[in-house]
Every structure is written in structure tokens, then in C-alpha cells.
Ligand binder design. Structure first.
Ligand SMILES: *Cc1c(COP(=O)(O)O)cnc(C)c1O
Length: 360
């Protein structure tokens, strides 16, 4: 294992890195941005060879995200392709510890692998550090999502990582909700960071993309080999869009987080809101209203807020999570997950307030 990030981040603040990483060299007539290279094959004799193995536009995105997370990045066709590739590393019959409220697609993969005898999954409350530490015994992999989707629970990543490493397990953190600007898991000793770049990183609700970041060169190579082998590669245009989105990540996160914090205060004071879950940072807020019908009505009577799944875009979106059959049954029926965007906060509140006021 190497501790040195290979990307050229040293000394620069994340805002500067977001803007400058993954650019072509500064030389006369070079474009400021890495062009979109549409190529299924390359002239033989170099490093690229074939379009499933390498693409300069992916590399530019990977350099930028790697620099922000402090490791080496590999882009994937989606967040779940990245999740699947990491879970594929686990040996036959091995034990995986994971949060009971993680992203439902990740939980579904674990359940599917377990049902086919590939691994055994132990789901725990990752906000209960003692419970997770106890579960690490005999584990091959500890999967953390913090904050969790959509319950917004936090894990003590450093403490869990220490216990997991003592037990000989790898630690993976799905850092989709926090982004590398609010949390850098590799600095806490975590082995692999996974992203749905579809969300905050790309940030404009127009591309599906995933990523893995690690400082472990051997893990990087194995994951790259698996990506080559199964072809879970990003689209060139998606990688380019995500890199373009990444250039404003710090501004978007700052504004969306400030909006979220202001809305949390106002939501807590509204009589229709039974509970507001907010981990103190980030731009995702979950509110609980009384029952599925009220929650459904809330999501259908706004004009600025869009009723839609996903999160992390410049637009404010929200949905009742239990409208998905695959969402955990322990998530309240009336829980609405809100992805706060970068609009004017007073407009966002006025729209929400009129919708909440209309509820029976
Ligand atoms: C959306 C999401 C995923 C899945 O990513 P896709 O890009 O949709 O495949 C994984 N983890 C979290 C936390 C997510 O929010």
C-alpha cells in the first residue's frame, strides 16, 4: 500500500484543485479543456490501444476526482457499476458488513450476491460504532455510507476503519452524499472510495457516471482489470460532462449547503413536519410528515421543487422514498428526501411552505 496520492494536489486548496486538475498542459494553442475524444480504437504501439481500456477524456475526469479525493481514480458507467466491481473483489463465501440503510441499489446487490451463495451480508446500524466494531470480526469487507441514503445517519469512519483493519478487512466508503469537499475518507485510512458521480460531482442531472478512488496501487490495478474485463466503462460524453460539472463543485456545494441549513431551521418550525433529519453538513435533508398520503401530496403541489428521484443537481428535487418498493421498510412511509439546489433560498422556502400549508 502506498500512502502518497499520485495526483498533483499538493499544496492546493480543494477549490483550486476542482478548477485546475485534469487540464491539458499550458502551451501555445492548447485548448484549456480536455477535448472529447470519440475513439473505439487507437493507432497501435502506444498505451491506449482500445476504447474499452482507455480514453483521454475519462483520464481527465479521473485526474480531477483523484486529486480531490487524494488517490487514484477510475471512472465507471454508473455508481452501481462501481459498487458491483468493488463487491466482486470479495472472495467466495466471505462476510461483508454494510449499513442497513445504505443506498437501496447497493443493498440489492448484496442481497442478490448472498442469495446466490457468493457472500454473506451482515447489515448493521453504522451510527452504532460498537455494533459495527463487533460485526467486523471475520469480515472481509466493511461497507460504509456516511451520511446514509435516505436516513442520513453518520458513521465514525476513523474508528470503524481501525477496527476493520485490525480484523483484516478492507473498508469502502460510498462518499456520494458528502463529496470530497466535505469528507475525504482516504485521509481517515479507508481503502476505497466509491461515488455515484451522477449526483453532486456531475451536478446538473444530465449524466449517469460512477467512480472509484484508492491509494492502494494493487487494488487500483485489480479494479482497472475488472473494468477492462466486464466493460463497465463510462461514456466519453458523460465523463466530459462530469468534469465540466466538477469545475464548480465547491461553489455548488457551498450554496446548496447554505440553502439546506436555512431550510432545516424553517422546516423544524412548521406544524406539518414531524421530524427533520440533517447531519449538519451537505445538501440532502429528509423530513417526515404524517403518512404516505401527506408526503405524496407535498411532492405534487410545488412549482420550483421538482418531484423526481436522484439528488445533487443544481435544481431542488424531492421524493417520498417509500414510493420505491425496494426502499428499506424501516424508513418511515412519510419520509420525503429533499435534495436542496442552488436557487434562491427564500423562493425555495415560499414554495415549500405553501405546499406544507395546504396539507390536511
Ligand atoms: C445514486 C446512488 C448510487 C448509485 O449510483 P448510480 O450512478 O445511480 O448508479 C450509489 N450510492 C449512493 C449513495 C447513491 O445516492
Amino acid at each position: 500500500m502506498t500512502d502518497e496520492p499520485t495526483a498533483q494536489t499538493t499544496g492546493l486548496s480543494p477549490a483550486t484543485t476542482a478548477v485546475t486538475a485534469g487540464r491539458p498542459e499550458h502551451r501555445p494553442d492548447a485548448p484549456l479543456n480536455t477535448p472529447i475524444t470519440m475513439a473505439s480504437t487507437y493507432v497501435a504501439g502506444g498505451d491506449l490501444e482500445y476504447g474499452r481500456y482507455a480514453n483521454p477524456t475519462w483520464t481527465a475526469f479521473e485526474d480531477a476526482l483523484g486529486a480531490l479525493e487524494g488517490g487514484r481514480c477510475l471512472a465507471f458507467s454508473s455508481g452501481l457499476a462501481a459498487v458491483s466491481t468493488v463487491l466482486d473483489l470479495v472472495g467466495q463465501g466471505a462476510k461483508v458488513v454494510a449499513p442497513h440503510h445504505a443506498y437501496h441499489g447497493s443493498i440489492a446487490q448484496l442481497a442478490d450476491l448472498e442469495s446466490r451463495g457468493r457472500l454473506s451480508a451482515l447489515l448493521v446500524d453504522t451510527s452504532d460504532t460498537d455494533a459495527v466494531v463487533a460485526a467486523c470480526d471475520d469480515a472481509a469487507l466493511v461497507w460504509i455510507e456516511s451520511p446514509t441514503n435516505p436516513a442520513l445517519e453518520l458513521a465514525d469512519i476513523a474508528a470503524i476503519t481501525e477496527a476493520a483493519h485490525d480484523a483484516g478487512a478492507y473498508v469502502v466508503v460510498d462518499n456520494t452524499f458528502a463529496t470530497p469537499l466535505l469528507q475525504r475518507p482516504l485521509d481517515l485510512g479507508v481503502d476505497v472510495v466509491v461515488h455515484s458521480a451522477t449526483k453532486f460531482l456531475a451536478g446538473h442531472s444530465d449524466a449517469v457516471l460512477g467512480a472509484i478512488v484508492t491509494r492502494d496501487d494493487q487494488l487500483h490495478d485489480v479494479l482497472k482489470q475488472r473494468r477492462d474485463m466486464v466493460g463497465a466503462i463510462p461514456g466519453t460524453l458523460e465523463a466530459w460532462l462530469a468534469l465540466r460539472g466538477l469545475r464548480t463543485l465547491h461553489l455548488r456545494v457551498e450554496r446548496a449547503q447554505a440553502n439546506a441549513q436555512a431550510l432545516v431551521e424553517r422546516l423544524r418550525g412548521h406544524r406539518q413536519v414531524q421530524e427533520v433529519r440533517y447531519p449538519g453538513f451537505g445538501a440532502v435533508v429528509s423530513v417526515v410528515v404524517d403518512g404516505a398520503d401527506r408526503a405524496d401530496l407535498l411532492t405534487r403541489t410545488t412549482s420550483t421543487w421538482v418531484h423526481a428521484t436522484s439528488l445533487g443537481g443544481v435544481e431542488s428535487t424531492f421524493e417520498r422514498r417509500r414510493r420505491w418498493r425496494t426502499e428499506a421498510a424501516t424508513i418511515p412511509e412519510g419520509l420525503v428526501r429533499m435534495s436542496v439546489g442552488i436557487e434562491d433560498v427564500d423562493d425555495l422556502w415560499a414554495d415549500l411552505e405553501q405546499a406544507l400549508d395546504k396539507l390536511p
